[in-house]
Write a protein that binds this ligand. Sequence first.
Ligand code: PRX
Length: 571
Amino acid sequence: MISKTISSQTETSNLGNYQDIYNSFQWQEAEQHFTWNETGRVNMGYEAIDRHANSDKANKVALYYSDQIRNEEYTFQEMKDLSNKAGNVLKDIGVAKGDRVFIFMPRTPELYFLLLGTLKLGAIVGPLFEAFMEGAVKDRLEDSGAKVLVTNPELLGRVPVEELPDLEKVLVVGNEVKEDAKLIDFYERFDGASKSLDIEWVDREDGMILHYTSGSTGKPKGVLHVHNAMIQHYQTAKWVLDLRDDDVYWCTADPGWVTGTSYGIFAPWLVGASNVIRGGRFSPDDWYQTIEENKVTVWYSAPTAFRMLMGAGAKVIEKYNLSSLRHVLSVGEPLNPEVVRWGMEVMNLRIHDTWWMTETGAQLICNYPSMEIKPGSMGKPIPGVVAAIVDDQGNELPPNRMGNLAIKKGWPSMMRAIWNRPEKYQSYFLPGDWYVSGDSAYMDEDGYFWFQGRVDDVIMTAGERIGPFEVESKLVEHPAVAEAGVIGKPDPVRGEIIKAFISLRDGYELSAELEEDIRNFVKKGLAAHAAPREIEIKDSLPKTRSGKIMRRVLKAWELDLPTGDLSTMED
Ligand code: PRX
């Protein structure tokens, strides 16, 4: 573990002096900004788009969209008009406040018009990742009682329309849709729809978005967020993304996942930034080109993506000019030191780690441009958030003791319910009003948090506690290893032994020598007891869309158990 601190490259930032602000900040300061300050009512659709369209930012570019075919720009004024039109299409087919409207389509500008239009009607939006297959789609529509689904002709085949009694209308975004009692042609109605729409002003505690996420057991759960979350989206856009008026911001996440909405839609637009959205599949050339062409200044992505770019090699990166970048951030999984080193090498920038979850709705523990960074640490809680390490009874543990990473209830963007499952919601909390994340971590004497793994993934081997993340990080530093997932395998003598699943980089083949070399590499880099006793090669490892290796799937393979819900797995 590298423990020396370094100063971040940005000397000035929107956060200023972290400690001073942490000591004095109250969320009420951020609330001043929104309409409820005057009227007691609010709407995310208005705050993200219309507020700017009605200001001197009306002609500023809100959205730079590109994919393999399209390359388009929309100003805040145009986003207002087009989301109003989409809202009118939805209103005409019966969407009203509180209804669940699910959106199951690839990233295109229309997805964003429709998502914003849904919010403007006070309805609750449920974004679904386009790679979901029929079972995953059905589970989510059924559980949420969705009234309307928006999709395209290609994905329509994966929607079991007849088996979903609550589903009244399916809005199809594509050419030549044949309408029937349920199917509605979007473009047919969109073209002639009115540009003016009466916003449905809602209470800040009214439902806004439903993101389904998997736990370790059972079906995916619907995490409900409310309009109040905007306070934290806004404030973290300033402090953590460090967005300023002239920034061009790109978040690579799909809106099917919380990063793609909280930080791909809400945060950047609440502060009126120009937002880049790239459709289509990942390709290193496309991604570098997106940065170069749009002159992206602030970039938010994930370690897996960085590792994929890293794997593509220096020859690709040399073709592009990335000098517009000022601030780069990461989320979703541990930021390996190797990735940080790569960032310094190719961008001359430190990648800033941020920690949060679907359930937390927004960033909570982060590295800010203005603070001393300890490489390997997730950083410190944002002002207004109290984080601690607690035991299973909710008692706070002293520094350097590993335990449950917990957050004091009451931050603005906290989930407000697990849809239809109040008992599941309650199970997140411990006495003392602690929200328990399910992650294990420790806090050092300076108040920095260090991620160790999911609580249920920590390995006990011969009485030693091993964080799988540390072993995985070490493994991927070996030149032959592309990806690694580490689990505890039950062992009659040691309790558990460490088993590593790895995929190899191109040009390597497993041999007894290589296996021994990898094992020694971990032994040397970490500790003898941290080296995997068993190594198994896979072509690729099971991952979630946000890039986390699904250790529970590896464990299930290993122990010949059912793999459980795979709907969040990358295709
Ligand atoms: O285990 C933590 C990991 O991702 C989990 C939350 O996953 P999800 O709800 O899919 O949200 C991902 C993006 C917000 C956490 O419980 N995680 C998230 N960020 C980090 C992380 N693990 C290590 N370091 C992080 N920065």
